[in-house]
Write a protein that binds this ligand. Structure first.
Ligand SMILES: *[C@@H]1O[C@H](CO)[C@@H](O)[C@H](O)[C@H]1NC(C)=O
Ligand SMILES: *[C@@H]1O[C@H](CO)[C@@H](O)[C@H](O)[C@H]1NC(C)=O
Ligand SMILES: *[C@@H]1O[C@H](CO)[C@@H](O)[C@H](O)[C@H]1NC(C)=O
Ligand SMILES: *[C@@H]1O[C@H](CO)[C@@H](O)[C@H](O)[C@H]1NC(C)=O
Ligand SMILES: *[C@@H]1O[C@H](CO)[C@@H](O)[C@H](O)[C@H]1NC(C)=O
Ligand SMILES: *[C@@H]1O[C@H](CO)[C@@H](O)[C@H](O)[C@H]1NC(C)=O
Length: 291
């Protein structure tokens, strides 16, 4: 007994050593660049482990920072090894050799590793790692314009417009793009991007000035979120002037007509009513003086 015990311990220790060596080689052997996958913040990521051999997979470990996340072993349950933060949001599919992760957060972004065993204690040949990229959708940008008249050198009237575009809640950091505007005629007045310290998402805000002589339909985009389209430099000032001129002419014409009508009426008005009034007035006055 006393001789067998140390023997058993040595056995266990050497087994453990072999395991450590095996895991050690497994964690350093990666081949090629990582496979990139993306997931939207709060949504689900699916890690598909590359199956490079045709044998039956007896064990699958998915690791991050060399720590076990989830997996399976045909010979034993691994549930108790799953770290608490992954217990409720990861699920392994044995047939697909994949793992689903729900409620993806920014800290989940990074490199993951699949370690596959085909029956023997040594894992498969080197495998590519999986890089999870977490993205968040930018809100539909708001677009605002403020245009004012601008006189060209040759006297033609154009406009100078200040355009603002703003979008929030996205990740990673992005930039504003303007559709239908000539970049060489654009000058950036204000360019701001700020990260929310808690949610880690970005707010992007840009203001530009743009000079134009003809109507342009313009929209701005941040990532794949596109603002509504607005029209700048529309021929509004011209039509407004024309409308004002027409109104003025109409008012003048109407005034003229009014004056003519009044003059005509005066000329053709019979003098009799006033005369008859006078005639009535006189007898009344006479009657008054008589009484
Ligand atoms: C994965 O993304 C990185 C940048 O994040 C890029 O350098 C690399 O080429 C991508 N790999 C593949 C296989 O597309
Ligand atoms: C996982 O979910 C169960 C039941 O919904 C809950 O009791 C447990 O606390 C959760 N574990 C973690 C680590 O959130
Ligand atoms: C596992 O993956 C296989 C193949 O992709 C699929 O047919 C099956 O429905 C999946 N099982 C579960 C439980 O999701
Ligand atoms: C605006 O700022 C962003 C982030 O700082 C930058 O990537 C972009 O190039 C800037 N754009 C201009 C026109 O300065
Ligand atoms: C964007 O910048 C403009 C100009 O500085 C400012 O008026 C506007 O409030 C900003 N919008 C947001 C959402 O930060
Ligand atoms: C802008 O859009 C309006 C309505 O969609 C359209 O009628 C007009 O022709 C467009 N103008 C230009 C310059 O593209």
């Amino acid at each position: 007994m006393s001789l067998q015990r140390p023997c058993l311990y040595i056995h266990i220790y050497s087994l453990a050593l072999v395991m450590i060596l095996v895991l050690g080689t497994a964690t350093t052997d990666v081949s090629g660049p990582p496979v990139n996958i993306t997931a939207v913040l709060g949504h689900t990521a699916t890690f598909k482990c590359p199956n490079q051999e045709s044998g039956i997979v007896t064990r699958l470990y998915i690791q991050r920072h060399d720590k076990f996340i989830n997996g399976f072993d045909l010979n034993r349950k691994l549930d108790h090894l799953i770290p608490p933060e992954y217990q409720n949001r990861t699920k392994v599919n044995q047939t697909a050799l994949s793992m689903e992760m729900t409620d993806v957060t920014f800290p989940d972004e990074g490199l993951y590793k699949c370690i596959i065993y085909y029956g023997n204690p040594i894992p498969s040949k080197p495998f590519p790692e999986i890089y999870l990229k977490v993205t968040a959708k930018y809100s539909v940008p708001t677009i605002e314009k403020q245009c004012s008249e601008r006189k060209n050198g040759d006297g033609a009237a154009g406009k100078s417009c200040q355009l603002s575009c703003s979008s929030t809640g996205g990740y990673p950091q992005s930039a504003v793009k303007w559709a239908e505007l000539n970049p060489s005629l654009m000058s950036v007045v204000h360019n701001e991007s700020s990260e929310d310290p808690i949610s880690k998402t970005w707010t992007i805000n840009q203001t530009i000035t743009y000079n134009c002589d003809h109507p342009i339909n313009v929209s701005c985009a941040v990532d794949d979120a596109v603002s509504p389209t607005i029209t700048i430099c529309e021929a509004e000032s011209f039509s407004v002037r024309v409308i004002i001129a027409i109104v003025l002419v109409l008012v003048f014409v109407m005034l003229l007509l009014l004056v003519l009508v009044v003059l005509c009426c005066r000329r053709h008005q019979p003098e009799d009513p006033r005369d008859s009034d006078d005639e009535n007035a006189v007898p009344l006055a006479l009657r008054a003086s008589e009484s």
